[in-house]
Unconditional design. Structure first.
Length: 330
């Protein structure tokens, strides 16, 4: 049986105007797949990278990397999900901006009843990103209570989850943001210190906050505008995890610079390496669900758009007018 689905699709790379809402047929899942009907869909900066072609994909392309809803059908070989299950995911390939889709089952997990569809859609990509950053992407010797870390874009969807998670771990998170209001929001969510990078030199402030010692780790999704200065915020043997390019790609660096800066480490991790198997996805999701269910992490949904308003949602995201998480409602 074929179903139809309103789906956001692009036929050329470009600005928000290239996105079109079209009706596409959706068939039955094959081996290792499920069909899910979305109740809510998450918006992420990676969607912008894919829309513009910075992260190239074959056209036509349906956008969106995370969502939550109800499983409608299950293909052969799928045993961890059943028809009627509440479910959520962050997953390749793109295609979440729609009413329903057929997709690989390995990155789809059952959504606990205590967590709403909107929270599930808002938190999977961002929350699992925080999980792999703070739990798994650590400097030499690990992270311990009282350690300082620097987190850029602290008032965004990933950032506000990270502020809370770091507080639960006992870390002294220094968050940067582009306005006093955003700094206050990050602090309200658990950042130990905040820096308005538009009015303050964040390198000097980090050194001041840490008594000149620097931080053990920097988590940077901003990219070109912050990367080189972030190296100067690190303590010897510190780690910088560059996991996004919101301001543009990080330029090539001379590896000799890492020695001069204090034998520091640089990594460029991605979520999809971490959730490459169903077992890893479930383990990481259980940690995330536990943090949310316990109340240690709240999912801050600050913007909601109808699926038909997706261009407006992208414009707001790119203009840095959003805070916390943004969802689309099919």
């Amino acid at each position: 049986m074929s179903h139809s689905s309103r789906t956001v699709q692009i036929n050329a790379f470009g600005g928000p105007e290239v996105m079109r809402l079209v009706d596409l047929p959706v068939g039955e899942p094959e081996r290792g797949e499920i069909r899910i009907r979305h109740h809510a869909v998450g918006l992420n900066y990676i969607d912008v990278y894919q829309r513009t072609g910075l992260y190239p994909n074959t056209l036509p392309l349906s956008l969106g990397m995370e969502g939550a809803g109800v499983v409608e059908a299950v293909g052969p070989g799928v045993h961890h999900l059943a028809v009627g299950d509440r479910a959520a995911y962050a997953s390749q390939p793109p295609g979440a901006y729609c009413e329903r889709r057929v997709m690989p089952a390995k990155c789809v997990v059952r959504l606990p009843g205590a967590i709403s569809f909107e929270e599930g859609a808002a938190m999977m990509l961002k929350g699992l990103t925080v999980q792999y950053l703070l739990r798994q992407t650590q400097p030499q010797g690990g992270l311990h209570s009282g350690d300082f870390v620097l987190f850029h874009a602290a008032a965004g969807g990933v950032g506000l989850i990270a502020c809370q998670w770091a507080q639960a771990m006992g870390l002294q998170l220094i968050g940067t943001a582009g306005s006093d209001e955003k700094c206050a929001l990050a602090q309200a969510h658990g950042a130990a210190h905040v820096i308005n990078y538009r009015s303050e030199d964040f390198v000097a402030r980090v050194r001041e906050i840490t008594g000149g010692a620097g931080v053990k780790a920097v988590y940077d999704s901003v990219g070109a505008d912050t990367f080189m200065k972030s190296l100067d915020c690190l303590a010897p043997f510190g780690l910088i995890a560059s996991y996004g390019n919101a301001s543009g790609k990080v330029p090539p660096i001379d590896v000799g610079l890492l020695a001069a800066k204090g034998s520091i480490y640089v990594t460029r991790p991605t979520l999809f390496t971490h959730i490459a198997t169903r077992e890893r996805t479930e383990t990481m999701s259980e940690d995330l669900f536990g943090m949310v269910s316990s109340g240690q992490v709240r999912i801050p949904i600050a913007q909601r758009f109808a699926l038909a308003e997706v261009a407006e949602a992208h414009r707001s995201l790119e203009a840095r007018n959003t805070t916390g998480c943004t969802i689309l409602l099919p």
